[in-house]
Ligand binder design. Sequence first.
Ligand SMILES: *Cc1c(COP(=O)(O)O)cnc(C)c1O
Length: 224
Amino acid sequence: MNIKDNLQAIEARIRSACEKAGRSRSEVKLVAVSKTQPAEAVIEAAEAGQILFGENRVQEALPKISRCPQYLHWHLIGHLQRNKARIAASGLFRMIHSVDSEKLLCALDEYTATPLPILIQVNVSGEGSKFGCAPDETAALVNAANQCSQVEVHGLMTIPPFTADPEKARIHFSNLRKLRDRLQEETDTPLPELSMGMSRDFEIAIEEGATYIRVGSDIFGGRS
Ligand SMILES: *Cc1c(COP(=O)(O)O)cnc(C)c1O
Protein backbone atom coordinates (compact mmCIF):
# COMPACT_ATOMS: atom_id res chain seq x y z
CA MET A 1 0.00 0.00 0.00
CA ASN A 2 1.25 3.49 -0.77
CA ILE A 3 0.40 6.73 1.02
CA LYS A 4 -2.34 7.65 -1.44
CA ASP A 5 -4.08 4.28 -0.96
CA ASN A 6 -3.67 4.59 2.81
CA LEU A 7 -5.27 8.04 2.77
CA GLN A 8 -8.17 6.66 0.77
CA ALA A 9 -8.63 3.84 3.26
CA ILE A 10 -8.58 6.34 6.16
CA GLU A 11 -11.15 8.50 4.35
CA ALA A 12 -13.45 5.47 4.02
CA ARG A 13 -13.03 4.70 7.74
CA ILE A 14 -13.79 8.34 8.67
CA ARG A 15 -16.91 8.36 6.50
CA SER A 16 -18.26 5.15 7.94
CA ALA A 17 -17.56 6.28 11.52
CA CYS A 18 -19.34 9.59 10.84
CA GLU A 19 -22.28 7.72 9.35
CA LYS A 20 -22.49 5.38 12.32
CA ALA A 21 -22.37 8.36 14.72
CA GLY A 22 -24.90 10.40 12.73
CA ARG A 23 -22.33 13.14 12.19
CA SER A 24 -21.44 15.06 9.07
CA ARG A 25 -18.07 14.25 7.46
CA SER A 26 -17.26 17.96 7.51
CA GLU A 27 -17.16 17.97 11.34
CA VAL A 28 -14.02 15.81 11.41
CA LYS A 29 -10.61 17.05 10.28
CA LEU A 30 -7.76 14.64 9.62
CA VAL A 31 -4.32 15.62 10.93
CA ALA A 32 -1.77 13.46 9.09
CA VAL A 33 0.95 12.87 11.69
CA SER A 34 4.27 12.97 9.85
CA LYS A 35 6.66 12.70 12.81
CA THR A 36 9.74 10.58 11.99
CA GLN A 37 8.75 10.65 8.30
CA PRO A 38 10.85 12.48 5.70
CA ALA A 39 9.61 15.51 3.74
CA GLU A 40 9.20 13.19 0.72
CA ALA A 41 6.44 11.29 2.52
CA VAL A 42 4.65 14.56 3.33
CA ILE A 43 4.94 15.63 -0.30
CA GLU A 44 3.49 12.30 -1.44
CA ALA A 45 0.52 12.79 0.91
CA ALA A 46 0.14 16.39 -0.28
CA GLU A 47 0.02 15.18 -3.89
CA ALA A 48 -2.84 12.89 -2.82
CA GLY A 49 -4.70 15.93 -1.50
CA GLN A 50 -3.80 16.01 2.21
CA ILE A 51 -3.14 19.56 3.42
CA LEU A 52 -3.07 19.34 7.22
CA PHE A 53 -0.07 17.72 8.92
CA GLY A 54 0.93 17.25 12.54
CA GLU A 55 4.41 17.16 14.01
CA ASN A 56 5.29 16.51 17.59
CA ARG A 57 8.75 18.04 17.94
CA VAL A 58 9.66 21.58 16.94
CA GLN A 59 13.27 20.65 16.12
CA GLU A 60 12.15 17.93 13.72
CA ALA A 61 9.40 20.01 12.16
CA LEU A 62 11.47 23.11 11.35
CA PRO A 63 13.68 21.68 8.57
CA LYS A 64 10.86 19.46 7.28
CA ILE A 65 8.39 22.32 6.91
CA SER A 66 10.95 24.35 4.99
CA ARG A 67 11.33 21.48 2.49
CA CYS A 68 7.58 21.12 1.90
CA PRO A 69 5.17 23.18 -0.24
CA GLN A 70 4.16 26.43 1.43
CA TYR A 71 0.42 25.88 1.04
CA LEU A 72 0.45 23.05 3.61
CA HIS A 73 -0.95 23.61 7.11
CA TRP A 74 0.98 22.40 10.17
CA HIS A 75 -0.18 21.72 13.72
CA LEU A 76 2.12 21.04 16.67
CA ILE A 77 0.65 18.04 18.50
CA GLY A 78 3.47 16.92 20.83
CA HIS A 79 4.70 18.08 24.19
CA LEU A 80 6.19 21.56 24.02
CA GLN A 81 8.89 22.78 26.38
CA ARG A 82 8.75 26.40 27.36
CA ASN A 83 12.22 27.06 25.96
CA LYS A 84 10.85 26.12 22.51
CA ALA A 85 7.82 28.40 22.80
CA ARG A 86 9.44 31.18 20.79
CA ILE A 87 10.03 29.00 17.71
CA ALA A 88 6.68 27.24 18.13
CA ALA A 89 4.94 30.64 18.12
CA SER A 90 6.91 32.03 15.19
CA GLY A 91 4.18 31.39 12.63
CA LEU A 92 5.14 27.85 11.57
CA PHE A 93 2.12 26.25 13.21
CA ARG A 94 -1.53 27.16 12.74
CA MET A 95 -2.52 25.42 15.94
CA ILE A 96 -0.82 23.98 19.02
CA HIS A 97 -2.70 20.97 20.47
CA SER A 98 -0.54 20.41 23.52
CA VAL A 99 -0.73 23.41 25.86
CA ASP A 100 -0.86 22.10 29.42
CA SER A 101 0.37 24.89 31.70
CA GLU A 102 -0.21 28.55 32.31
CA LYS A 103 3.51 29.24 31.94
CA LEU A 104 3.53 27.76 28.44
CA LEU A 105 0.34 29.61 27.56
CA CYS A 106 1.86 32.94 28.62
CA ALA A 107 5.13 32.26 26.81
CA LEU A 108 3.26 31.53 23.56
CA ASP A 109 1.17 34.66 24.00
CA GLU A 110 4.29 36.72 24.53
CA TYR A 111 6.08 35.43 21.42
CA THR A 112 3.35 35.16 18.81
CA ALA A 113 2.87 38.17 16.56
CA THR A 114 -0.51 37.00 15.23
CA PRO A 115 -3.56 35.25 16.76
CA LEU A 116 -2.57 31.70 17.74
CA PRO A 117 -5.23 28.98 18.16
CA ILE A 118 -4.43 26.42 20.83
CA LEU A 119 -5.98 23.37 22.47
CA ILE A 120 -5.50 22.46 26.10
CA GLN A 121 -4.08 18.96 26.56
CA VAL A 122 -5.85 17.16 29.38
CA ASN A 123 -4.72 13.98 31.07
CA VAL A 124 -8.29 12.72 31.51
CA SER A 125 -7.39 9.32 32.90
CA GLY A 126 -4.71 10.50 35.34
CA GLU A 127 -2.45 7.72 34.02
CA GLY A 128 -0.51 6.92 30.87
CA SER A 129 0.86 10.19 29.51
CA LYS A 130 2.96 12.28 31.86
CA PHE A 131 1.83 15.35 29.94
CA GLY A 132 -1.48 17.16 30.01
CA CYS A 133 -3.09 19.08 32.85
CA ALA A 134 -5.43 17.46 35.36
CA PRO A 135 -9.15 17.78 34.54
CA ASP A 136 -9.70 20.04 37.58
CA GLU A 137 -6.95 22.44 36.42
CA THR A 138 -8.51 22.94 33.00
CA ALA A 139 -10.95 25.72 33.91
CA ALA A 140 -8.11 27.86 35.27
CA LEU A 141 -6.22 27.38 32.01
CA VAL A 142 -9.24 28.34 29.90
CA ASN A 143 -9.69 31.46 32.03
CA ALA A 144 -5.99 32.28 31.67
CA ALA A 145 -6.24 31.84 27.89
CA ASN A 146 -9.16 34.26 27.87
CA GLN A 147 -6.81 36.89 29.38
CA CYS A 148 -4.23 36.42 26.62
CA SER A 149 -3.97 38.98 23.86
CA GLN A 150 -3.07 36.64 20.96
CA VAL A 151 -3.57 33.06 22.12
CA GLU A 152 -7.10 31.75 21.48
CA VAL A 153 -8.34 28.56 23.14
CA HIS A 154 -10.40 26.49 20.69
CA GLY A 155 -10.91 23.29 22.67
CA LEU A 156 -9.30 20.27 24.31
CA MET A 157 -6.94 17.46 23.34
CA THR A 158 -6.15 14.13 24.97
CA ILE A 159 -4.00 11.03 24.55
CA PRO A 160 -5.58 8.12 26.42
CA PRO A 161 -3.36 5.48 28.05
CA PHE A 162 -2.35 2.70 25.68
CA THR A 163 -4.38 -0.48 26.09
CA ALA A 164 -4.48 -3.67 24.05
CA ASP A 165 -8.19 -3.12 23.42
CA PRO A 166 -8.90 0.23 21.65
CA GLU A 167 -12.49 0.11 22.95
CA LYS A 168 -11.03 0.89 26.40
CA ALA A 169 -10.19 4.39 25.15
CA ARG A 170 -13.88 5.22 24.70
CA ILE A 171 -14.46 6.24 28.31
CA HIS A 172 -11.55 8.72 28.12
CA PHE A 173 -12.85 10.25 24.89
CA SER A 174 -16.31 10.56 26.35
CA ASN A 175 -14.87 12.08 29.55
CA LEU A 176 -13.01 14.69 27.50
CA ARG A 177 -16.25 15.62 25.75
CA LYS A 178 -18.13 15.89 29.06
CA LEU A 179 -15.34 18.01 30.54
CA ARG A 180 -15.54 20.27 27.48
CA ASP A 181 -19.33 20.60 27.89
CA ARG A 182 -18.92 21.56 31.56
CA LEU A 183 -16.12 24.03 30.86
CA GLN A 184 -18.12 25.81 28.19
CA GLU A 185 -20.77 26.51 30.81
CA GLU A 186 -18.41 27.29 33.69
CA THR A 187 -16.09 29.60 31.78
CA ASP A 188 -18.60 30.93 29.25
CA THR A 189 -16.11 30.09 26.49
CA PRO A 190 -16.93 28.30 23.23
CA LEU A 191 -14.71 25.18 22.97
CA PRO A 192 -15.76 23.61 19.68
CA GLU A 193 -12.69 21.46 19.02
CA LEU A 194 -11.88 18.03 20.47
CA SER A 195 -8.56 16.55 19.30
CA MET A 196 -8.69 12.83 20.08
CA GLY A 197 -8.20 9.50 18.35
CA MET A 198 -5.18 7.98 16.56
CA SER A 199 -4.72 5.17 14.03
CA ARG A 200 -6.07 2.41 16.24
CA ASP A 201 -9.00 4.17 17.85
CA PHE A 202 -10.10 7.16 15.78
CA GLU A 203 -13.47 5.63 14.82
CA ILE A 204 -14.31 5.42 18.53
CA ALA A 205 -13.14 9.02 19.02
CA ILE A 206 -15.38 10.16 16.15
CA GLU A 207 -18.33 8.40 17.77
CA GLU A 208 -17.51 10.31 20.97
CA GLY A 209 -17.28 13.72 19.30
CA ALA A 210 -13.73 14.19 17.93
CA THR A 211 -13.31 17.12 15.54
CA TYR A 212 -9.57 16.54 14.95
CA ILE A 213 -8.21 13.02 14.63
CA ARG A 214 -4.42 12.57 14.58
CA VAL A 215 -3.39 9.66 12.38
CA GLY A 216 0.22 8.66 11.72
CA SER A 217 1.10 5.01 11.20
CA ASP A 218 -2.01 4.03 9.24
CA ILE A 219 -1.10 6.72 6.67
CA PHE A 220 2.69 6.58 6.57
CA GLY A 221 3.41 3.07 7.82
CA GLY A 222 5.19 2.07 11.00
CA ARG A 223 7.81 4.20 12.71
CA SER A 224 11.15 2.76 13.70
C1 LIG B 1 2.38 9.89 17.05
C2 LIG B 1 1.18 10.61 17.50
C3 LIG B 1 -0.07 10.38 16.91
C4 LIG B 1 -0.30 9.37 15.80
O1 LIG B 1 -0.25 8.06 16.28
P1 LIG B 1 -0.51 6.80 15.31
O2 LIG B 1 -0.79 5.71 16.25
O3 LIG B 1 0.75 6.62 14.52
O4 LIG B 1 -1.67 7.13 14.45
C5 LIG B 1 -1.15 11.12 17.37
N1 LIG B 1 -1.00 12.04 18.35
C6 LIG B 1 0.18 12.29 18.94
C7 LIG B 1 0.26 13.33 20.00
C8 LIG B 1 1.31 11.59 18.53
O5 LIG B 1 2.49 11.85 19.13
